[in-house]
Structure formats: C-alpha cells, structure tokens
Design a protein around this ligand. Structure first.
Ligand SMILES: [Zn+2]
Length: 319
C-alpha cells in the first residue's frame, strides 16, 4: 500500500476514494494579489471554495486534486483550511504554470536548480509548511513549447525521476502541444505511467487523443463546462468513443473548475454564461450531467466509472 500526500498529511491510497483529478479551490495571480490585496476578498474566495467543494462532497467525492501551481496563486494554507472545513482531502502540486514567461530568477538558473525547488516541495514542504506536494505541474498553450516552457518541462521531469512524483501537463490540443510534451518527458527518461496530459478533451479529434494514449500517458477530459473550448455534447462524444475503444484506464474526467478566478472582472461570469462560453461549469457537472449521459450512451457502467474516478487517480498518484 502506498501513501499519498494531501494538504492534511499522508493518507493511504485506499483512503482516496472517489476523486476529481483537476479542480482549483482558488485561482489568481499571486503577484497581483500580493501587490493589491485589497482588490481580493479572502472571505468571499473561501466561501466560494467551501460551496464548490461541499457540492462535490455531496456527490461522494472524497479527494480533490488541485493543480494550482506558481502563477496560479498556489496557497497550501488556503487549501488546508478548505480541506479542514469540508472534510474533503485536497492534493497539492509543485511546478510552474506558465505559457512562456519565466522570472529572471529561473531564467538565469539552470534546469537542475529549478528541479531542486520542486523536489524540496515534494520532500520537505511547501511555502514554509510541512505540507508536501504530491505531483508536478507544467503547461504548454498557444505559444507552443517555447524555450522557457521546455525548461520547465525538463525540470519537472527531473524532479519526477528524483522523487517518483507523477506529472500533470496542461496542454493545448488546438496547437497540438501534447506529442512534444510527451517527447520531452520521454527524452528525460520519465515513465509514461506517471504522465497525465491535461485538457485533451478540448479536442474532438479522437485520433489525436488516441495517439497520446498509445504513448502510455493518461489523457485529461477535464474541462467539462468550458464551452468556449468545446461544448459538453462534443466532449461526451469523444469520451464515449474512447471508452468504447477500451481506454477507460487512461482517461481522467474532471471540470477544471475554479471556485474563484481573477482572470476576468466579476461581471464577466454572467456574460460568459449568457453567451454560452461556459455552461453549468461547477465541481459537480460531471456527476450531474456527464456520467448520466455516458451511461445512457452505453459507454460507461459501474466498473468503468470506478476505473475513471477511483482507480485512475490512485494509480497515477502512486505510480
Ligand atoms: Zn487547471
């Protein structure tokens, strides 16, 4: 039996239970929040996080994997307060969420030094606490795998090899970043069973996703509700096809929900909803709508439900 680090300490893998593998209890830019703290309402953020996580708990969720890294305002103290209050386990990460920008601090230090920072978070603790990160996060988006993005990927890979921690990589199927991300991990010698390529479900190109599955990685169908990237029915069609092809063991289904996010002014949420850019985006959407639809389509049964929402997150976290 393996143990997994949560913000409340290590738990046995058997304690993870029903897991949402990609949700954020809060997402904000830590630099803006540090410079203009009065622009943020901590109580409102905390209440929103409690509401979202409690909703998931009511659906049976016992664990939330929160891949909020540097530049997403990672705050393990905040995560722990949410976990303490709700009784839902939260799994934190280390890494850098950047589509290209790197602070001079990391630009002028080499890959192994960057990796050392991640290793410290995994082996000792995050942000001066004894809360340990359980996995590594990196990202590639519209800018593609730039020099800085590649550096972060290599540092994440080396920290994974040194510690055994798994990796989650944000990807952008529209510009086909996934294969290059996988290639970098392979060049660094990472076991593909430790790798999760997030946001593959933004594409309805099943063969693109199949190509990644064939490499042995997990693929994230993890942005349900973000219609701006792909509507729910198209996401379901992709999920159903991959399940029918027998790939349940490599699928991660989640929502990438952010209980609060500072990317847009507060009034934007309503506009997005009214314009159909988001629809029913929440921490319960996959249980409210997606799983029932996949069951109706005959693509998901109790066994594959358990595989996707219990066994896969556990196998990935303990790989
Ligand atoms: Zn995310």
């Amino acid at each position: 039996m393996s143990e997994v680090q949560t913000v409340q300490g290590a738990v046995d893998e058997s304690e993870l239970g029903l897991t949402l593998v990609h949700e954020h209890v809060r997402f904000r830019d830590e630099a803006v929040a540090a410079e203009w703290p009065d622009r943020y309402d901590e109580q409102l953020e905390f209440d929103a996080a409690l509401l979202a996580v409690s909703g998931a708990k009511d659906c049976g969720v016992r664990t939330i994997v929160d891949p909020t890294a540097m530049f997403g305002g990672r705050d393990v103290g905040f995560m722990k307060r949410v976990a303490d209050q709700t009784g839902v386990q939260i799994v934190a990460c280390t890494g850098i969420y950047s589509y290209d920008y790197l602070p001079h601090y990391f630009e002028n230090r080499d890959v192994d030094v960057m990796a050392d920072h991640f290793v410290e978070d995994i082996e000792i603790g995050v942000q001066g606490t004894d809360i340990r990160a359980a996995f590594l996060k990196c990202a590639a988006d519209a800018a593609g795998v730039s020099e800085h993005v590649e550096k972060i990927h290599r540092a994440v890979a080396r920290a994974s090899i040194q510690t055994g921690a798994p990796i989650m990589a944000h990807s952008m199927p529209a510009v086909g970043t996934g294969p290059r991300q996988v290639e970098i991990f392979a060049e660094e010698g990472v076991d593909m069973a430790k790798v999760q390529i997030a946001h593959c479900g933004d594409s309805e190109d099943v063969e693109y996703i199949q190509g990644l599955i064939d490499k042995g990685v997990y693929v994230g169908l993890d942005r349900y509700g973000l219609e701006m990237y792909l509507p729910i029915d198209k996401r379901n069609a992709t999920a159903a096809e991959l399940l029918r092809r027998g790939h349940a063991e490599q699928l991660m289904i989640s929502q990438d929900f952010c209980a609060t996010i500072d990317w847009f002014p507060p009034e934007a949420a309503e506009v997005f909803e009214s314009q159909g850019a988001i629809r029913n985006w929440s921490m319960t959407l996959v249980f409210d709508e997606v799983v029932p639809t996949l069951r109706e389509l005959g693509a998901m049964d109790d066994e594959s439900f358990n595989t996707v929402f219990v066994e896969n997150p556990k196998r990935w976290l303990t790989a």
